[in-house]
Write a protein of this length. Structure first.
Length: 328
């Protein structure tokens, strides 16, 4: 079976080629262009396509994939809110994903962001590079003894909860399905979590119910000088309301690995471009905000897990086997 990879960067090619010899039944074609209504027409003689979280797999693209004879969509990520599953199912196109790939990688990045904004590491780094060793503007806050609020306690949220516990924090959480194995967590309603947490970290999927769950009303319920971290999905936070909250000095710090406007930015180099009317530029203008490039997953261990699970999914499809990675 031939698989056409879209949005394939050098590290993707290296990771998949490293284990390709273990899968002689699979032929891999890598394209750097992202999957879209325009690039979908590039597909020739491929029964499968492989895409990442930033790909366009809406109705129009699914129709084109069907026309090109594609029978399998391999998502090399956990998220799939960018996939029209109904149309894929209508055409008999199977969609499979990588449900998890080193949840600790994402959780560790979330804590890295939390520490960076709470200890002003981004400001300290540039001050020292300028030979400025003054401590003005660098006063931080301890996490020890404070309350961490984890929104969503799946594998990543659970890993973040354990990290926070290791820092000596009280851990509370909000989740539709509380976990009994995390006996150190106190489950509360979202409003209580917002009102009592010193650190809030988002680890829930993006659904109709969670879209813009952090809006101006939610922000008003938070305690002052809270640290807010999002390594899950940009749409969980209403950006305009976040900016309003930052301007009202509600937050001690904000760390974002994902944000609403990231689709055209993620994994691309725009250093020579001018950001016209960009909310990203507005966020970057605040001294207590750190934005990273959707890189929370990006570790050697996670890339290996993504490659192996993706190709195992392809093999399961070829063999007609059912797996827990199927979405439709």
């Amino acid at each position: 079976m031939k698989i056409t990879f879209f949005g394939a960067k050098s590290y993707d090619r290296e990771s998949f080629n490293r284990i390709s010899g273990q899968y002689p039944q699979l032929e891999m074609e890598f394209r750097e262009a992202e999957l879209s209504p325009e690039t979908a027409y590039y597909i020739e003689n491929s029964e499968a396509v492989c895409a990442f979280v930033s790909a366009d797999l809406g109705t129009k693209v699914i129709n084109i994939l069907h026309e090109r004879g594609v029978k399998l969509i391999l998502m090399r990520c956990a998220g799939y809110n960018n996939v029209d599953l109904d149309t894929a199912s209508e055409f008999g196109i199977k969609v499979m994903r990588v449900p998890e790939y080193s949840p600790e990688a994402v959780a560790e990045h979330a804590m890295a962001l939390a520490l960076a904004v709470s200890r002003r590491l981004h400001k300290a780094y540039f001050k020292v590079k300028e030979n400025n060793y003054s401590l003005n503007g660098l006063e931080g806050k301890n996490f020890y003894g404070k309350t961490a609020g984890i929104v969503g306690t799946g594998k990543i949220g659970a890993a973040m909860a354990r990290i926070c516990r290791g820092f000596g924090m009280k851990v509370i959480a909000c989740d539709t399905y509380p976990r009994k194995d995390l006996d150190f967590i106190e489950y509360v309603e979202l409003d209580e979590l917002l009102a009592t947490s010193n650190l809030i970290s988002l680890h829930c999927p993006l659904t109709a119910d969670t879209y813009h769950m952090i809006d101006i009303e939610a922000i008003k319920k938070m305690r002052n000088n809270v640290v807010l971290i999002n390594t899950s999905r940009g749409g969980l936070i209403k950006t305009e309301d976040l900016i309003a909250g930052i301007r009202e000095e509600k937050f001690f710090g904000v760390g974002l690995d994902v944000y609403e406007e990231e689709t055209c930015n993620v994994f691309e180099n725009h250093e020579d471009d001018i950001m016209m009317h960009s909310t990203t530029a507005r966020l970057l203008s605040f001294p207590n905000v750190i934005i990273t490039s959707h890189q929370a997953f990006f570790t050697e261990e996670a890339l290996s897990a993504i490659s192996e699970t993706t190709l195992n999914n392809a093999m399961a499809y070829l063999k007609g086997e059912n797996t827990d990675t199927e979405l439709n």
